[in-house]
Write a protein that binds this ligand. Structure first.
Ligand code: FEO
Ligand code: CA
Ligand code: CA
Length: 681
């Protein structure tokens, strides 16, 4: 890679950085909710043992911090002209009528908006991709075609008319891809090869259809950037754990190169114009854990990998095509998944990098913000019941325009895990969702150091062990157990950072705490973090829970104190993004419930008089969750990615025929205002 790479238009301050059937649970997360949560550590549900320490340090409370907030953008250089397009006052408000909850097998948008499918599963990515043939799928064809189950979406402008779309392909629903599919043990080997090739990500060139927000796939000409990344694409392992014995295998004795990425869920972008794509439920792809070496088993279990029973039952059985997925023979192979992967969309020769310095967890997303002194902070959630929130801060400063320098940034720095403390008495948090007497679920927190390049701060763990066994290292320092931390996004207007906590029905009333205040948390909540001094490099922060999700008629819900008769229902917040006015956009993955309705994209102001006035902007087809969302820099398009449409059905017995009226195809959709107005305004 050179600094004379093609000109990139960097993302400025805004943009995304990233009732289910049993079948989806099995294919997506390996039935995580049906198993015991893998975090069996004796950690406090709250860091209340540290409360005294924190109050002595006089950590700022959320309200106090928020009141004095200065404007800081994604890359720390907030300029009102860029992040405050016309009409943003102190009380931003949404300008569309909410879409009613529904069960329509289509994408539904508000009045005056329109939408169009940009790309669907099987569409050509490589210029020589064969036409999609549902009945005659091959691995070779799928490697050149758009993969399955789109999740995180990012967009990189090439010029005013064209851009590159990055899309994660999180996992595959074989029961919807192949007629008569039962499981991986019975599957045709070609179907397994299709499965491997349908994972990963895609880079595709798209172009405007007209001067609004409609986009379509470029299907002619060279398309030099178009690229598929799959579960077998060679990747470099970088950072302090690269080459460690835990990462060495028979195929890669040096421990520095791995084939493919798995279960890439959400993600983010960097200030230097690359994608961070995050490996989440990688555990489900491995078999043979029962015959793995005894000393490896506790670590496998901590990541949800079964080490007893029949580990082949219900598995996709990638091991039938590539033996490395069998842990009885290659016990370290699982240690090579669960990372943040960096990819340069403008360099088709860029070998993807698994950045070990950012730790190994079930990474949901990775969202960057520049610190006061010019370094880069990355916020990350570990999406599992009772797992943790992390932050990484680079050692070196971001250097604008120096691609070579910036390519080294994510390999050195400090990895932290979050510990939260509430400011209300424990007895006022009863798990019902009732607010404590100070009227807010809020408090303070600290970023607890796990390691930097030179030193581990966790007793009994080397630096490499912290980075490979990150969950156990975080257990050891008393991190706070959260309700499935999903995507993060900083507000381009205030610099506050938001995290979606999707749900956790396993939390008992005794385990409820102020930052996870509801027991049997079916519908999730949203967390707002204000770093001390508004500096993304701070090690202390204030926090508040502005939204406790659900049907607004449910007493346990909270919409920042807004009149609940005026808000839309929301269940299981997942991916988040911001518009330029500072409104938060939240897409949902409604397991374990959407009140019988389809998943959706919602928007909500988080500042001013209308804070909490949440409205549904779009709903997705039957069986789908709503991924994306990504709002283009010009505010004229929002991309969403309906994932697993038709979930709950089979090829023979479909529950969705979206988008084309035949069989369901995960797709990316653009939505725009028909008169060219800004999205949501
Ligand atoms: Fe893949 Fe946490 O959603
Ligand atoms: Ca409180
Ligand atoms: Ca997600």
């Amino acid at each position: 890679m050179s600094d004379s790479a093609p000109r990139r238009r960097l993302l400025p301050l805004i943009g995304h950085n990233g009732g289910r059937s049993r079948a989806t649970c099995r294919f997506r997360c390996g039935d995580a909710c049906f198993h015991e949560a893998p975090n069996t550590s004796a950690n406090e549900y709250f860091g209340d043992i540290y409360a005294g320490v924190l109050s002595r340090r006089n950590v700022l409370r959320a309200g106090a911090v928020g009141a004095g907030a200065t404007a800081v953008g994604l890359n720390g250089a907030f300029t009102p002209a860029l992040a405050a397009p016309g009409g943003r006052g102190p009380n931003p408000r949404l300008g569309f009528k909410a879409v009613e909850p529904n069960t329509v097998d289509a994408v539904t948008v508000p009045k005056h908006y329109d939408h169009r499918v940009v790309i669907r599963w099987g569409d050509p990515v490589a210029a020589d991709a064969p036409e999609f043939d549902f009945a005659g799928q091959t691995g070779e064809a799928q490697e050149k075609q758009f993969g399955y189950n789109c999740d995180y979406v990012a967009f990189f402008e090439l010029d005013d008319r064209r851009g590159l779309l990055w899309v994660n392909h999180e996992y595959t629903n074989e029961e919807l891809m192949f007629d008569g599919y039962t499981d991986g043990s019975a599957a045709d080997l070609e179907q397994i090869k299709v499965g491997l090739a349908a994972h990963g990500g895609s880079i595709v060139e798209i172009e405007r259809v007209r001067a609004t927000g409609a986009w379509k796939l470029v299907t002619k000409g060279e398309r030099p950037y178009n690229r598929r990344i799959t579960a077998t694409t060679p990747m470099r392992i970088t950072g302090p754990a690269a080459g460690h014995r835990l990462l060495r295998t028979q195929d890669d004795p040096a421990g520095t190169e791995v084939l493919g990425m798995l279960n890439n869920c959400a993600g983010g972008t960097t200030p230097w114009g690359t994608v961070l794509t995050c490996e989440e439920n990688f555990n489900q792809y491995f078999v043979g854990g029962e015959d793995a070496p005894a000393e490896a088993k506790p670590a496998l279990r901590r990541y949800g990998i079964a080490t007893s029973g029949d580990t082949r039952e219900g598995n996709r059985r990638f091991d039938r095509v590539q033996e490395r997925f069998d842990l009885s023979k290659h016990p370290n192979e699982a240690n090579r998944f669960g990372y943040v992967v960096e990819i340069d969309p403008l360099d088709p020769t860029y070998k993807p990098r698994k950045r070990t310095m950012l730790g190994r967890i079930k990474h949901e997303g990775a969202t960057t913000r520049i610190t006061e002194d010019g370094r880069v902070a990355v916020y990350m959630g570990d999406d599992e019941r009772f797992d943790y929130i992390y932050k990484f801060v680079t050692a070196k400063r971001y250097r604008e325009g120096s691609r070579r320098h910036n390519d080294t940034l994510l390999d050195s720095g400090t990895l932290y895990v979050a510990r939260f403390t509430g400011n209300s008495p424990d007895e006022e948090i009863d798990g019902s969702g009732a607010l404590p007497s100070d009227g807010r679920f809020d408090g303070s927190g600290e970023w607890v150091r796990l390691c930097d390049n030179e030193r581990s701060y966790v007793e009994g763990f080397s630096v490499a062990e912290v980075l490979v066994h990150t969950r156990q290292a975080a257990d050891a320092v008393g991190a706070t157990k959260m309700d499935r931390p999903e995507d993060f996004e900083p507000s381009p207007v205030t610099g506050k950072v938001y995290c979606a906590l999707t749900n956790n029905t396993a939390r008992t009333p005794e385990q409820a705490d102020e930052v996870n205040p509801r027991a049997n948390n079916k519908f999730g909540h949203v967390l707002e973090i204000t770093e001390k001094g508004d500096d993304a490099g701070a090690t202390a922060f204030g926090w508040i829970v502005p939204i406790v999700c659900g049907d607004p008629e449910d007493e346990s819900t909270y919409f920042a104190g807004y009149d609940k008769s005026k808000v839309s229902p929301i269940s299981s917040p997942d991916n988040v993004t911001f518009d330029a006015r500072g409104n938060l956009w939240i897409s949902t993955d409604g397991h374990p419930g959407t009140f019988g309705n389809h998943d959706a994209l919602h928007a909500v102001p988080v500042e001013g008089r209308h804070r909490g006035e949440l409205r549904t902007f779009a709903t997705v087809p039957a069986g789908a969750e709503c991924c994306g969302p990504y709002i283009t820099q010009d505010q004229k398009t929002v991309f969403i990615a309906p994932q697993h449409p038709g979930d709950g059905g089979t090829v023979a017995d479909p529950v969705s025929t979206w988008p084309d009226g035949d069989f369901p195809r995960p797709s990316v959709v653009s939505i725009w205002h028909t008169k060219g107005k800004d999205i949501g305004f």
